[in-house]
Design a protein around this ligand. Structure first.
Ligand code: ACO
Length: 323
């Protein structure tokens, strides 16, 4: 028997304010047409003043718990993927723990920027299969609107705010790819590429800073590395793109999503796409897409999913799981 981390519930939260591309036309020299055609984004949500990453994370967590039919006292670990914590410390995860009324177990944040949810899932899986946690809440939550330079048209039109969450539970499996739960993961980073995508603030400046990105270069790495990592985790199971029911990609750019699907020989009908409605919500984008994909009736119990993401670091990776 093999312990598997099986998805028991999923949920998401999006801030109320929807910002269409047209709003940027008065802010910077851009157009709805440029944003749609170059990124696939049509609108995104922005958090209200005073609405913090932990608020979004709590709401997504509550939705996931409700979906799982569980209460917080059944959870023993919370892992939050975020690069936009309310404060430098304590972690968003401990804020969520307190707000949900969880008085046992442990909670911590994972920071791998847009790849954060894949890293968090892989960590939560390790905790579950090693017996350190029976049930874990894994959350991706971001307020990237707070990192934008509103004079930089090449970045400010791309990002949005939101949160998504999964409840994972330890379940005995057979030990083969027919099991439900997380089946394989592949994590990578290469700090030599740190200057391609970073925030120019932190303890070194005493400010939060703004996001800076060499979009074209990140695009080039994304197209190459996302298919590579997806294949690497599928290889561990002796599977290929043909076995995949759904790719749930990080939602940064429709052109990256399409190119990765093509390299994996998976038709776009089997890719969950939400970038048009959410923009790039960094670590929140994959759990948001899983939650929306489930609500749309796309993802069904027993389906084989590959989630893949790349972000600042560069850090990238993938998770294969059977829902
Ligand atoms: N409106 C109008 N024109 C614009 C805009 C805009 N919002 N932004 C840039 N342009 C201009 C540029 O100035 C450039 O003009 P020039 O040729 O006169 O210099 C032109 O459009 C083309 O710019 P490119 O950067 O070549 O545009 P490209 O087709 O590469 O698309 C984009 C840019 C959308 C940023 C793309 O490169 C991309 O998606 N990159 C990857 C981003 C990504 O995946 N990030 C994921 C990780 S995010 C994370 O970890 C936080």
């Amino acid at each position: 028997m093999t312990l598997r981390a099986v998805v028991r519930g999923v949920g998401h939260y999006l801030p109320e304010r929807v910002v269409p591309n047209s709003e940027f036309e008065t802010l910077v020299d851009t157009s709805d047409e440029w944003i749609r055609s170059r990124s696939g984004i049509e609108r995104r949500h922005f958090a209200a003043e005073g609405e913090m990453t932990s608020d979004l994370a709590c709401k997504a967590a509550e939705a996931a718990l409700a979906n799982a039919g569980m209460t917080v006292d059944q959870i023993d670990a919370i892992v939050v993927a975020t690069s936009t914590p309310d404060l430098t410390f304590p972690s968003v995860a401990t804020m969520v723990q307190a707000r949900l009324g969880m008085v046992k177990g442990f909670a911590f944040d994972v920071q791998a920027v847009c790849a954060g949810f894949v890293f968090a899932l892989s960590n939560a899986n390790a905790l579950i299969v090693s017996g350190q946690a029976k049930r874990a809440l894994v959350i991706g939550a971001e307020t990237f609107s707070r990192l934008m330079d509103w004079t930089d048209r090449s970045t400010c039109v791309l990002f949005g705010d939101g949160a998504g969450a999964l409840v994972l539970e330890a379940v005995e499996g057979k030990g083969d790819a027919s099991d439900r739960g997380i089946l394989a993961t592949d994590l990578n980073s290469d700090g030599r590429f740190r200057d391609l995508l970073y925030v120019d603030g932190g303890t070194s400046t005493g400010t939060t800073g703004h996001l800076r990105m060499e979009g074209k270069e990140v695009f080039r790495h994304a197209v190459e590395k996302l298919a590579e990592t997806a294949h690497a985790s599928l290889d561990k199971l002796g599977l290929t793109g043909e076995d995949v029911d759904w790719i749930v990609p990080h939602q940064a750019n429709i052109r990256i999503i399409e190119s990765t699907a093509k390299r994996m020989k998976v038709p776009m009908e089997r890719v969950v796409v939400t970038v048009q409605d959410h923009g790039n919500t960094s670590a929140a984008s994959i759990p948001l897409a899983m939650s929306v994909g489930r609500a749309r009736g796309q993802i069904k119990e027993g389906d084989l999913l590959v989630a893949e993401a790349i972000g600042g670091g560069l850090a990238w990776g993938s998770v294969v799981l059977r829902w």
